[in-house]
Design a protein around this ligand. Structure first.
Ligand code: FE2
Length: 378
């Protein structure tokens, strides 16, 4: 990638850069100056910016720009600072051709799915991802792509799920502890601890911020039933959007409320939409949990009927067997879900035999950071 020519625009407030593949991208003087990669602007050791916007003259203009060694050298006024920009860097960070995207779009690293993925459940061997950085990189990339993945052949001991988290990050400790037990209890403090089936849900929508990853690790599973089911909440939201754009808009532009007060001294509440979008319509989070949904009181009276119709339809889509992928965890197996995206469910199980899972939370920023580091060195 090289720059072939450059020209000033609007009295130096911007410049147009022609690249050797025929594309032309415009860049503003202020943007270029703020993103200078020189040693005065960026720390050579950690890459962090050393200046604030207040250190950059408000009247910054491009006085002159020239093609040099395939990149661009820019001389800024009024202070005369000269900065070189690499062609590849400019192209990778260009903002002049942002595509128009429909509300509910997802990034290129994400692939939404439905029940057709059942024949190709993303999975890896615990020992391989533990020993081989390339295998770990591949596995973490599948978590990023599909929002869930299995890990098989892990150790059969309590707390082994912490070893899974240690592959990429850190446990998010909560009032449920560093990890929690998921098995039948006589007096359950949470319905997750009974043998009842559970509708697909995201965990802990009553927290803000919500735990962004969950790991469920199987130690025993000889009970009848108890299969795990995962549903892509992003695909469900997109399906609602495609069927009923108004309903999608209602769920994404009004806050629901969630709460949990099932343990002494704990009163967790959050006010967030069931379908959360970035300002440009990117799907960023789905929160869906019938057990912890609180009274919704941020939807105007005239929209509440429509809101509930959309909520009901989203629930039906999530329950549609064509949307889910199910599997039964064997002892030593676990799965990880992106709790901002993929819902998990459990089929009911009987009292004969035993089912013992341990669960914990972790966060996606650490996983994505580890993945990016592995990708940078591979
Ligand atoms: Fe759950």
């Amino acid at each position: 990638m090289q720059v072939s020519s450059v020209s000033l625009l609007d009295d130096g407030r911007a410049m147009a850069v022609d690249f050797d593949d025929g594309a032309t991208m415009r860049f503003h003087a202020m943007w270029l100056r703020d993103n200078a990669q020189d040693e005065e602007t960026r720390s050579a050791s950690n890459g962090q910016r050393l200046v604030t916007l207040g250190d950059i003259p408000e009247a910054t203009r491009i006085a002159r720009s020239d093609v040099a060694d395939g990149g661009v050298v820019v001389n800024f006024g009024p202070d005369g600072k000269t900065v070189r920009y690499d062609a590849r860097w400019l192209r990778d960070n260009a903002y002049d051709a942002i595509p128009a995207r429909p509300a509910g779009w997802v990034g290129e690293a994400i692939e939404t799915w439905d029940g057709a993925l059942a024949g190709a459940v993303p999975s890896a061997e615990f020992s391989r991802v533990s020993d081989d950085p390339a295998a770990l990189c591949d596995w973490l990339a599948t978590v990023r792509r599909y929002g869930f993945a299995k890990l098989t052949g892990g150790p059969l001991r309590e707390g082994a799920l912490l070893d899974v988290v240690a592959l990429f990050g850190f446990v998010r400790e909560t009032n449920y502890g560093k990890w929690f037990e998921v098995r039948t209890e006589v007096n359950p403090s949470n319905l997750a601890y009974t043998g009842l089936g559970l509708q697909a849900h995201t965990d802990n929508p009553y927290r803000d911020p919500v735990p962004t990853l969950q790991i469920l690790y199987c130690l025993e599973n000889s009970a009848e039933g108890g299969e795990s089911i995962v549903v892509d909440g992003f695909r469900a939201a997109q399906r609602l959007r495609d069927e009923d754009r108004h309903g999608f808009d209602l769920l994404s532009t009004h806050c629901a409320r969630f709460e949990y007060a099932g343990s002494a001294g704990v009163r967790l509440t959050a006010r967030r939409p069931m379908i959360e979008l970035a300002p440009d319509g990117e799907l960023t989070c789905v929160r869906f949990n019938n057990r912890s949904a609180a009274a919704i009181r941020d939807v105007p009276f005239e929209h509440m009927d429509g809101y509930y119709a959309a909520y009901r339809r989203l629930s039906q889509i999530i329950d549609d067997p064509a949307m889910g992928v199910s599997f039964k965890l064997e002892p030593g197996e676990c799965f990880i879900v992106d709790n901002t995206r993929v819902l998990h469910a459990r089929k009911g199980y009987s009292g004969s035999g035993s089912r013992w899972l341990q669960g914990c939370y972790a966060d996606k920023d650490g996983l994505l950071s580890t993945l990016a580091g592995l990708e940078a060195t591979s």
